[in-house]
Design a binder for this molecule. Structure first.
Ligand code: PMT
Length: 217
C-alpha cells in the first residue's frame, strides 16, 4: 500500500539544532537530534512529496531522496529557507532554532585570564514568522517546544507567528521530545486541539500529516 496523498506537493522541512559560535572552539546550541524532523521528511517522501530538508546539527541519517541542505547557524538557516521557499506548498519548521546569536563572536580561541567573561546575545530573526509573512506563503506548520503553561504558550505562538498549525511538544518530560525515539504532541490549529499520544516519532509524523491533510490541505 503506497500512500500518495502528498503526490505533486513540494515540502520544505527544517530540522535539528542550530549552532551559534562563541569562538572557533565553543558554541551555544540545544538538544535537538533531528529525529522528529527526519521522521517527517521520511513520511512526506513515502506519501509522494518532493522534499527539501534544511538541517542543522543532527544525530540521525539523512534520506537520500530529499534535497538535503546543511546549515550551521540560525542566520544561515534563515538564508537557505528564504532561498528555497518559492514554489513550496508546505513549510514544516521542526528545527530548534537558537533565539539568540553571540555579538562579536571571536575569530580566535578566547583565552581565560581569571576574569569573568561576559557574552552579549542578540536576537535572531524568526524564520517561521518571516515565511508566514510572505505574500505567496506556503501552508506553514510550526513546532513549539515548551516546559510550562505549554498549551497557552503554543496557542500564542500559533497566533503571533501566523502559522496554520502548531505542534506542541512538552519538552519537560525526558521520555519524549528532544533526542529520544518517541514523542507525544498536541496538534493545534485555530479550530483543532488534538492530542497524539506517546508513540514512535515515525508514527507521530504520520499522524501529524494525516491530521494536517484532513484539516489544512
Ligand atoms: O530533534 P528531536 O531531538 O527529535 O526533537 C524534536 C523537537 C523537540 C526539537 C521538535 O519536536 C520541536 O519541538 N521543535 C521546535 C523547537 C523550538 O525551537 O521551538 P520554539 O518554541 O523555540 O520555536 C517555535 C517555532 O518557531 C518552531 O517551529 C521553530 O522552528 C521556529 N523558529 C524559532 C526561532 C527562530 N528564530 N526561527 C524559527 O523559525
Amino acid at each position: 500500500f503506497i500512500n500518495t496523498k502528498l503526490t505533486g506537493k513540494k515540502v520544505l522541512i527544517t530540522l535539528g539544532a542550530t549552532i551559534e559560535a562563541i569562538d572557533p572552539v565553543r558554541f551555544i546550541s540545544n538538544h535537538s537530534s533531528g529525529k522528529m524532523g527526519m521522521a517527517l521528511v521520511n513520511a512526506c517522501i513515502e506519501m509522494g512529496a518532493s522534499v527539501t530538508c534544511i538541517y542543522g546539527n543532527i544525530t540521525t541519517i539523512l534520506n537520500p531522496k530529499s534535497n538535503n541542505i546543511p546549515i550551521i547557524s540560525a542566520q544561515q538557516m534563515h538564508t537557505k529557507v528564504m532561498d528555497n521557499i518559492t514554489g513550496q506548498d508546505i513549510f514544516i519548521a521542526c528545527a530548534a532554532v537558537s533565539d539568540f546569536f553571540v555579538k562579536n563572536a571571536k575569530n580566535q580561541k578566547i583565552k581565560k585570564d581569571g576574569k569573568n567573561l561576559i557574552l552579549e546575545l542578540l536576537p535572531n530573526k524568526d524564520i517561521l514568522a518571516d515565511v508566514c509573512k510572505l505574500k505567496e506563503k506556503p501552508i506553514c506548520i510550526g513546532f513549539a517546544a515548551e516546559t510550562q503553561n505549554t498549551l497557552k504558550k503554543a496557542k500564542k505562538k500559533l497566533k503571533n507567528k501566523g502559522c496554520d498549525a502548531i505542534i506542541l511538544n512538552d519538552v519537560s518530560n525526558a521520555y519524549f521530545g528532544f533526542n529520544v525515539d518517541e514523542n507525544e504532541v498536541v496538534f493545534l490549529s485555530q479550530n483543532l486541539n488534538k492530542k497524539i499520544a506517546k508513540k514512535s516519532k515515525k508514527k507521530v509524523a504520520k499522524k501529524i500529516l494525516e491530521i494536517f491533510i484532513k484539516e489544512c490541505l
